[in-house]
Design a protein around this ligand. Structure first.
Ligand code: 5GP
Ligand code: MN
Length: 332
């Protein structure tokens, strides 16, 4: 993979650019994709942002979502944008399979590709890119890209709002160990531009429906198991549970973190029955490596302290399997 700076040469003339991110996008995924799109368009390029699927409701306020395409809902327009593009930007994922139904189209694309991402172990398929797992978020990397390219003068409030959202969500509101001095420098710079950070926090975190709040209460009482012996906890959600509370896309976001607020708990897992598969989310504190755990047992990956995976078995079978492997895989 060539360094991302080599793409600056290509950006000297106006390009048609296809931007995408991972399926089930989070704040960092949408934030980095839209920030990059705003930035590229300001420079006279024609950038189209395509999400592989729907975006959660708590991100719908973000500047640029109205023009964004959803591949699952608008496959033809999305594939046309891909076919027309001179250049493809992939942000916040490092393996085409993370784009679900877009995977085969990205694989078949012949245009140069650019990766900007902070997950571990990137696939070696991109032409240009930055893969820096030490970075807090892809949004921080898009900020670095902008500063390295044209610099500060092209930052505006739309870009700032997108970047702030991704850094805020990926750092757990600036509390995870990845929250480096460079993150605070960046945020200081965005605030100096006039960014209203409280409004963004409110839009993302204080936008729950009443049923989402009640669902959380139900889940913590009925669907959370704590394994004191292993400093670990598990939450599982069946399709039936989610139908009962009319759970929407994005309503389970952050749920995996709750058990980590129990003193002594250092490993938390969320198992969700979703569509035709079981989705797993893992979070840890300290030196329990959930990236390796997710890769080894659940065809997944991510970061050292936050990862995800999947299972083709049923919900109960997956829960039983998880409990079996937990006895040999837990924080020491
Ligand atoms: P989440 O639990 O929020 O879905 O994901 C946590 C982290 O792991 C995110 O950075 C996400 O990109 C990554 N991740 C989630 N699911 C998968 C997966 O199935 N495969 C890989 N490689 N990474 C995943
Ligand atoms: Mn991210």
């Amino acid at each position: 993979m060539l360094p991302v700076q080599d793409v600056f040469e290509l950006l000297k003339s106006p390009r048609k650019i296809f931007l995408t991110t991972h399926h089930k996008p989070d704040g960092d995924a949408i934030g980095s994709m839209l920030a990059m799109q705003h930035y590229l368009n300001l420079q006279g390029h024609k950038a189209t942002a395509v999400s592989p699927g729907e975006i959660p409701q708590f991100l719908e306020w973000m500047p640029g979502t109205a023009q964004m395409l959803n591949y699952e809902a608008q496959p033809e327009e999305s594939l046309k944008a891909l076919a027309d593009a001179d250049l493809i930007f992939c942000v916040d994922f490092n393996d085409f399979s993370r784009t679900k139904h877009l995977e085969s189209h990205l694989q078949a694309a012949t245009q140069p590709t650019v990766l900007i991402d902070h997950h571990l172990f990137p696939k070696d398929v991109w032409t240009y890119g930055w893969s820096i797992p030490a970075k807090s978020s892809t949004c921080e990397m898009v900020y670095d890209f902008i500063l390295a390219h044209e610099g500060q003068s092209l930052l505006n409030l739309d870009i700032a709002a997108c970047l702030y959202t991704g850094v805020m969500t990926d750092t757990g509101c600036f509390r995870f160990p990845v929250t480096s001095a460079s993150v605070h420098h960046m945020v200081g710079n965005l605030l100096a531009l006039g960014l209203d950070h409280s409004k963004i926090h409110e839009a993302v975190y204080d936008s729950w429906s009443e049923s989402r709040m009640r669902f959380l209460g139900y889940v913590l009482i009925e669907r959370m198991e704590v394994f004191r012996k292993y400093d670990s906890a598990l939450i599982y959600l069946s399709r039936k549970d989610m139908n009962l509370f009319n759970v929407q896309s994005g309503d389970t976001e952050g749920m995996v973190n709750y058990p980590l607020s129990i003193a002594g708990i250092r490993f938390s897992t969320l198992i969700t029955e979703r569509g035709d598969e079981i989705k797993l989310s893992f979070r840890s504190k300290g030196d329990f490596d959930v990236n390796t755990f997710a890769r080894h047992y659940f065809e997944g990956g991510g970061h050292y302290n936050a990862a995800g995976g999947r299972s083709k078995s049923g919900l109960q079978e997956t829960i039983d399997y998880f409990k079996r492997i937990l006895s040999d895989n837990h924080p020491k």
